[in-house]
Design a protein around this ligand. Structure first.
Ligand SMILES: [Zn+2]
Length: 431
């Protein structure tokens, strides 16, 4: 019933002509695509037209990708603001609302349009480079609810390359182990920490991860992947794990190939590294904000500022792909922090605190234990207030409601939280 795939998954390309294009030819090719999307977006996206007009820029000014620097960067925070003023998409959509299939809602809160006909290329390139092949049976363990990643982006991209998807979503660990075993699942999509959960559960159930399961490849995203965790998981399952990088707004912005030496830029995006203060494009090797431009007509984000800090290299890659690579994601440009795959903004923490007048001082400490993110909200209470027994669990519920990530509450004696400490204190180390 289930064919056994004996193939070299490290070889080959999803779109060979694009992925191996000589760099100068690529620059020209992307310039042509950019010209078209700028003209399209100016005509069809109100928000983009307003941005260009107020920057005194005209579509005719954009001839090559070097001209992109003339356009303003749109940071995610600005997108959130404009969406609040003008829901659902702040006027950034490039098609009438009636043409959409779905509206996604991500933490922020921020909305993303879901197109009727998914055409983005980036995630499919990423999956192929990770070793996914036609005929693979895949568990997609990212959340299918509300957010666009699992349902719109990955599910469609898996279909594009010919994989068969089991839309398991998050959780139900024991049932997922049964699924891995009985359906002889060959490929995993999800966070590294969830794959670790599956490994632990399967071992607890007495299974041998290499002989009882058939996982060959794993595609992980939305969380940091320390090399120690990668090799631990690869060794346990006897599988290859590759990671990708992108956002819910703009999609894939980078993917690892078999060489694991950075994130290749997919062929449906332009990725720049930009000085976050000036908006100027930086040369390869210099760290700055990752700014992406997509050719997606439904949601034509032009110079979208991810807030992530990285640097580019154009050194050749032994895999044969000629696109530049993001060397690694260094962290967030602003104070926002990613915890278990979700961005946590200081404003959300303030929102939780605002519900409890008895709180004097606070900080959210993010740590990493056993390869998992942990979040602890430290609180100092006002002198006159006495805390009820249920106080901690009430605040923990508010954390879950507002931040969408589970966190613990710790009451600490007055004077514990240093003066002037950050709202979010990221104490994680990645080794
Ligand atoms: Zn490569």
């Amino acid at each position: 019933m289930f064919p056994k795939y004996e193939l070299d998954r490290s070889q080959g390309f999803y779109k060979k002509n694009l992925e191996t294009m000589p760099p100068l030819k690529r620059t020209k090719h992307l310039g042509e695509k950019l010209k078209k999307i700028i003209r399209y977006a100016y005509k069809n996206s109100r928000a983009f037209r307003n941005k260009m007009d107020s920057a005194g820029a005209n579509p005719a000014d954009i001839e090559t990708i070097q001209d992109l620097g003339r356009l303003p960067v749109t940071p995610k925070s600005h997108l959130i603001e404009l969406q609040k003023e003008n829901p659902p998409f702040g006027g950034f959509e490039g098609v009438p609302l009636a043409k959409l299939r779905r509206i996604f809602v991500s933490p922020g809160p921020i909305q993303e349009p879901g197109e009727a006909d998914y055409k983005d290329l980036g995630w499919a390139q990423a999956l192929y480079a990770a070793g996914f092949r036609s005929g693979d049976i895949v568990v997609n363990t990212f959340s299918y609810h509300m957010v666009p990643f699992a349902l719109n982006m990955l599910d469609n991209s898996l279909f594009q390359i010919g994989c068969i998807t089991i839309p398991t979503g998050v959780g139900n660990t024991e049932q997922q182990v049964h699924i891995l075993r009985t359906l002889k699942v060959t490929a995993f999509c999800g966070t590294p920490s969830f794959l670790l959960n599956l490994a632990e559960k399967a071992e607890e159930m007495g299974l041998d991860l290499k002989t009882d399961l058939s996982l060959h490849v794993g595609f992980v995203a939305a969380e940091m992947l320390p090399e120690s965790l990668r090799s631990q998981l690869e060794e346990k399952f006897g599988m290859v794990i590759r990671q990708s990088y992108g956002t819910a707004d703009i999609g894939c912005l980078g993917y690892e190939c078999s060489e694991k030496n950075g994130f290749h830029i997919p062929d449906d995006k332009i990725v720049e590294i930009v000085d976050p203060r000036t908006g100027k494009t930086l040369d390869p090797g210099k760290a700055g904000e990752v700014v992406g431009t997509t050719f997606n007509k439904v949601y034509p984000l032009i110079r979208f500022g991810t807030g992530d800090l990285s640097l580019l290299t154009s050194d050749p890659c032994p895999c044969g792909r000629t696109s530049p690579r993001l060397v690694k994601i260094l962290g967030r440009v602003d104070q926002a922090t990613k915890v278990r795959g979700l961005f946590i903004h200081p404003g959300q923490v303030k929102e939780v605190i605002g519900r409890y007048p008895q709180i004097e001082k606070y900080r959210l400490v993010v740590t990493r234990q056993d390869q998992k993110d942990e979040m602890t909200l430290q609180l100092e209470l006002k002198k006159e207030s006495s805390s009820l027994e249920s106080f901690n669990s009430q605040v923990e519920k508010s954390i879950r409601d507002v931040l969408k990530v589970r966190g613990n509450v710790e009451l600490v004696p007055p004077g514990t939280i240093p003066e002037g400490s950050k709202i979010i204190e990221d104490q994680r180390t990645w080794g």
